[in-house]
Design a protein around this ligand. Structure first.
Ligand code: ADP
Ligand code: ASP
Ligand code: MG
Length: 408
């Protein structure tokens, strides 16, 4: 079998853990498999590099940030190759340029366009374990790019697709995908399996156990994907097209703190105002999430929406510059907010779900600022300090419902 494995930052955080992973890799190799292994930067290395850059220049260009950040993953693969060699195995480390992981040009948030497989295949042929840097690639200018925070998962899944691997195993510091972040909700339950669509929603709504793009790529190329622990041998979670538990009510609760809210107050209630606001955001490449427009009163209305925290400054500047044209009385913002979402394919056909969700919030004394729904999710915007309480309360409300449904 050809296996692509990925180990996250905490799984390779220090020498002991590097050797732990090296032994796991060698075990899989000794069982007769070909191994391509993607690694993240050790521990909090990426955060550390970002902090270093901020000390020197808080407005550093994205290109130079990428030049800096790619070094974290390079350290990991080189050290892992050394560990495997020290244990008597054969391994070679390669970075994104050496492999030929071709990406779009946009620094810090590039997308993989194509992966050259020749070098990897040659190294496998020679009997090497091939260690590949996660989170990075090379653009058409020949510059190194990164794929966005958490992007090593996407490197692994894309490699599995390009190499036509039999499986892609994501090893992390929890032993699978849970019904909520197990670090916040102590009685969260591990899911044996979850559909690509539900995982995609959970990941995009903040469950950082998998990078959102990695699930998209897995779905598109039908990659056999599992999430497992690098510390135990527990069975993990399979992410796949169809799940046998069709009647599962909710598959999980997710929280996202990377949110801020903008409200444009007292805009003239006439056609074209929403268009003007969101055309401005599009021009600044700011992605907008939940949108709420109030009904008009005295010929005026309010438009509120959420964006990522990093985009707040850019968005506010663009809006302030156009305040008069927008006929806005005031532009307010709040970055002390977070999103809480429930996800489940069974939701659309079960009418009481939204009421249960809101009841849980009421019981916990948490105020809801905005609501957004789709066929398989409900999201609320709340104050950031309420997020853990709210997550525990909502999970508690649904935990027995989902268990009972699943047993049927
Ligand atoms: P890695 O460094 O291995 O990529 P991450 O920190 O990116 O690991 O992702 C793993 C973390 O995701 C876990 O430690 C956990 O706190 C968090 N997490 C959030 N939601 C979930 C969930 N539904 N199931 C499992 N883990 C989750
Ligand atoms: N090292 C990168 C990060 O911390 C990529 C990853 O871990 O997936 O975001
Ligand atoms: Mg991660």
């Amino acid at each position: 079998m050809l296996i692509v494995q990925k180990y996250g930052g905490s799984s390779v955080a220090n020498a002991e853990r590097v050797f732990n992973v090296a032994r796991r890799i060698l075990k899989a190799k000794e069982e007769g498999n070909d191994l391509v292994v993607v690694l993240s930067a050790q521990g909090k290395t990426t955060d550390g590099l970002i902090a270093k850059a901020k000390e020197i220049n808080p407005k550093a260009s994205r290109r130079e940030m990428d030049m800096l950040l790619v070094t974290g993953e390079q350290q990991s693969v080189a050290l892992m190759a050394m560990a495997i060699n020290a244990l008597g195995g054969r391994a070679i480390s390669l970075n994104g340029v050496q492999v030929g992981i071709e990406t779009t040009n946009n620094y810090s948030n590039a997308r993989i366009r194509k992966i050259q497989t020749e070098r990897i295949e040659n190294e496998l042929e020679r009997g090497n374990v091939v260690l590949v840097t996660g989170f990075q690639g090379v653009n058409t200018l020949g510059d190194m790019t990164t794929l966005g925070r958490g992007g090593s998962d996407t490197s692994a899944v894309a490699l599995a697709a390009a190499l036509n691997a039999d499986v892609c195993e994501i090893y992390t510091d929890v032993d699978g995908v849970y019904t909520a972040d197990p670090r916040v909700v102590k009685d969260a339950q591990k899911l044996d399996e979850i559909s690509y669509d539900e995982m995609l929603e959970l990941a995009s709504l903040g469950a950082k156990v998998l990078h959102c793009r990695s699930v998209e790529v897995a779905k598109k190329y039908n990659v056999k994907l599992s999430v497992l622990s690098s510390m135990t041998d527990a069975e993990g979670t399979q992410v796949k097209e169809e799940c046998k538990m069709e009647r599962m009510l909710i598959s999980g609760v997710a929280a996202d703190k990377n949110v801020s809210r903008i409200s444009i107050i007292g805009v003239k209630d006439e056609p074209g105002k929403a268009f003007e606001v969101f055309a401005l955001m599009a021009k600044e490449k700011v992605s907008v999430d939940i949108i709420l427009q109030s009904t008009g009163r005295d010929g005026r209305q309010d438009i509120s929406f959420t964006i990522g925290k990093d985009d707040l400054d850019i968005a506010l500047k663009a809006l302030e510059d156009s305040k008069e044209r927008l006929t806005a009385e005031a532009i307010q913002h709040d970055d002390n907010v977070a999103k809480l979402s429930i996800v489940g394919a069974g939701m659309a056909s079960n009418p009481g779900v939204a009421a249960m969700f809101f009841e849980a919030m009421y019981d916990a004394g948490v105020n809801i600022q905005m609501i957004s729904t789709s066929e398989i999710k409900i999201t609320v915007l709340i104050s950031e300090e309420d997020i853990d309480t709210a997550m525990i309360a909502v999970h508690d409300k649904f935990k027995n419902v989902s268990v009972n449904m699943r047993k049927n």
